[in-house]
Ligand binder design. Sequence first.
Ligand SMILES: *Cc1c(COP(=O)(O)O)cnc(C)c1O
Ligand SMILES: *[C@@H]1O[C@H](CO)[C@@H](O)[C@H](O)[C@H]1NC(C)=O
Ligand SMILES: *[C@@H]1O[C@H](CO)[C@@H](O)[C@H](O)[C@H]1NC(C)=O
Ligand SMILES: CC(=O)N[C@H]1CO[C@H](CO)[C@@H](O)[C@@H]1O
Length: 401
Amino acid sequence: MDYVYGPGKNHLFVPGPVNIPEQVLRAMNRNNEDYRSPAVPALTKTLLEDVKKIFKTTSGTPFLFPTTGTGAWESALTNTLSPGDRIVSFLIGQFSLLWIDQQQRLNFKVDVIESDWGEGAKLDVLASKLAADTEHTIKAVCIVHNETATGVTNDLSLVRRILDEYRHPALFLVDGVSSICALDFRMDDWGVDVALTGSQKALSLPTGMGIVCASPRALEASKTAKSLRVFFDWKDYLKFYNLGTYWPYTPSIQLLYGLRAALDLIFEEGLENVIARHRRLGQATRLAVEAWGLKNCTQKEEWFSDTVTAVLVPPYIDSSEIVRRAWKRYNLSLGLGLNKVAGKVFRIGHLGNLNELQLLGCLAGVEMILKDVGYPVKLGSGVAAASAYLQNNIPLIPSRI
Ligand SMILES: *Cc1c(COP(=O)(O)O)cnc(C)c1O
Ligand SMILES: *[C@@H]1O[C@H](CO)[C@@H](O)[C@H](O)[C@H]1NC(C)=O
Ligand SMILES: *[C@@H]1O[C@H](CO)[C@@H](O)[C@H](O)[C@H]1NC(C)=O
Ligand SMILES: CC(=O)N[C@H]1CO[C@H](CO)[C@@H](O)[C@@H]1O
C-alpha cells in the first residue's frame, strides 16, 4: 500500500538548512508584535550583545539583516568597497564560486586564486600578490572559511599573518556561513574586518536572517565606500541603533525570539563544547568514510571540515543516485555534489543541533544505501569505526556527573 506518512523524523543531514531544536521551534511559535513597542528593541539589544560572542569580538558591530547568506555577502562587499576596486578572492568550491560571481556582478575587479576542488586556498599565491602590490591597489581579501561544497576549512590566522607580514591594509572579508558557531572562529584575534553568517546553518534557525559583523576599520571604510546600497546599508541601521529603536524596517519577530533561544542553548552548552562536539562528529564521519573504503573529497588533513564531509564515490556510481535513494527509501536527506563535483560526491552535513547517536543513524543509513547502489560495503563497518572513536571520546554530560 502506498503511504506518505511514516513514524519518526526525517533524518536531516544536509549541510544547511539544519535541524531546529524544539526549544527554538517553541520560542518562535508566537504572534507578531509591534516592533516599535519597547519590548522588541529591548530584545534586540541583548541579541546584538550576545551575537558578538559567537563571532568572538568585542569591538565588532553586528547587523541582523532579514536575508540569507547571499544577502550578507552583498552587505559586506557594498558597505566597504567602491566599484572598480581590486579584490583578491579564493575559488575553492561552489560557495566561493557564487561569492566571486556576486563580486564580479557588483563591478569589483576580482583577482581569482583558484584551487582544485577539495583543496584549500592557495595562501602562498596571496603572499606573492601582496608582496607585489606595493601601491596597495588590493582593497580586500575575500575568503570562505569553511567551503561547504567540498568540506574544506581554511586557516584564517594564516591569512592575517600574511597580511601583517606585508603590512598590507587590505580589508579581510570572511564568509563564515558554515563555520561560525561550529568551528573555532575568532574575529578579533584574526583581525577579520567583516565576518558573516546565515541563520539556517550552525545557528540551527530557519532561513531568513543574515548576520554581518563589522570591525571598526570596516565601519570607517563604509563612510567612503561608493558601492550602491539601500536595503543593506549599515548607515541606516547605525542611525536606528543610536536612536535605541534598532530597526530601519520590519524585522522577523519570530526569528528574533528564535535567535534568543538558539543563543541561550549555545551558551548553555558552552561555545567551546559546541565546537568540540562538531569536532567529534566530523572525526567520526571521516573514520566511517575510511572504513567504507571511500575517499574524503578533502585532500589534506589540515583542511578537514568538522561541519560537512564530502564523500567521493567510485566512477561507476552516480552520487546523485545515493542522495535520491536516501530520501526515497530511508527518509534520510544527504547533500548533493555541486557543480564540478556533481555525481562524484555526496555530502554528509554534521552541523547544528545534532548529537552523536543521531549521526550513527545517518552513517548506518548511508551504508545500506551504498549496498543498494552496488558498492561492496561491509554493513556496520563505518558505524563500528565511528562508534569505537565516539565511545572513547564522548564526555559525560556535565550536569549528570
Ligand atoms: C549556505 C552557504 C552560503 C549561502 O547562503 P544562503 O543562505 O543560501 O544565501 C554561503 N556560503 C557558505 C559557505 C554556505 O555554506
Ligand atoms: C519522513 O520524515 C518526515 C519529517 O519528519 C515525516 O513527517 C514523514 O512522516 C516521514 N515519512 C516517512 C514516509 O517516513
Ligand atoms: C579520511 O579521513 C580520515 C580521518 O581523519 C583519515 O584517517 C583518512 O586517511 C582520510 N582518507 C583519505 C583517503 O584521505
Ligand atoms: C577541522 C578544522 O577545524 N580545521 C581548521 C579550521 O580552521 C582553523 C583555523 O582557521 C584551523 O586551525 C583548523 O585546523
